[in-house]
Write a protein that binds this ligand. Structure first.
Ligand code: CA
Length: 237
């Protein structure tokens, strides 16, 4: 039995029931449902979840506003969030990712996929718990190795020559396999203090990175209309 506590924020009873049913079936007995944004804000304090499924279209306070409040509060900012969204909410998805939500699943979703995303995210977050400075500086994903301190990178053991910006972008992506980053997030997270980087420049940079990755170019996946992510397939041994 898993000990993680899962909060489901969803006003549609049928969807909440479906998620609850599959959580039980897969051995996650600790879960609660909140049907409004107000209830969600309360439950995060009372229930202290390890992960949140967040519907964006809620009565009262919207899912995005709930997300914004959590991310602005240091006590709740690190709780991973998977947004549950409708197809028509693509622009909201981008806003949510930029606010700091970790992932999203579009309704109607397959419960198996939802649970797989949840497990991957829980794994990623527990792995991120306080590694030592040295461990934290070395990143190993699939054929790629990166040292954040020395700013060196290797592909299949061969040195990989990257510009300053390319290193930052690749490190950010590779450090979170499967997580989607919008172009704007990549611009904000990876630019230097005075770099006039635009969203278009990110596309150019990704092109250059893929060229340097050669036969591993598919490590960086395009998420249409949203941005980029590091392939989860390649990252898991
Ligand atoms: Ca809803």
């Amino acid at each position: 039995m898993a000990s993680e506590r899962i909060l489901i924020v969803e006003d549609e009873q049928a969807i909440a029931d479906l998620v609850t049913y599959h959580l039980e079936k897969e051995g996650y007995p600790h879960h609660r449902v909140a049907t409004t944004g107000e209830a969600a804000l309360r439950e995060v304090v009372e229930f202290s979840p390890d992960l949140i499924f967040l519907d964006l279209m809620l009565p009262g306070i919207s899912g995005l506003d709930v997300c914004r409040q959590w991310k602005a509060n240091p006590e709740t900012a690190n709780i991973p969030i998977i947004m549950l969204t409708a197809k028509s909410e693509e622009s909201d998805v981008i806003v949510g990712l930029e606010l700091g939500a970790d992932d999203y699943v579009t309704k109607p979703f397959r419960p198996k996929l939802l649970l797989a995303r949840m497990r991957a995210l829980l794994r990623r977050c527990s792995r991120a718990l306080r590694p030592s400075e040295e461990e934290a500086s070395i990143l190993n994903v699939g054929p790629l190795t990166m040292n954040r301190l020395s700013r060196q990178a290797w592909l299949d053991g061969e040195p990989l020559s990257l510009t300053f910006g390319e290193f930052n972008t690749l490190y950010l992506l590779a450090n979170h396999p499967g997580r989607v980053f919008t172009r704007l997030t990549l611009v904000l997270e990876t630019r230097g203090d005075d770099y006039p980087v635009t969203e278009r420049a990110i596309d150019v940079q990704i092109l250059a990175l893929r060229r340097k990755l050669g036969r591993y170019a598919t490590l960086i996946e395009t998420v249409r209309g949203v941005g980029y992510r590091f392939s989860e397939k390649e990252a898991t041994p």
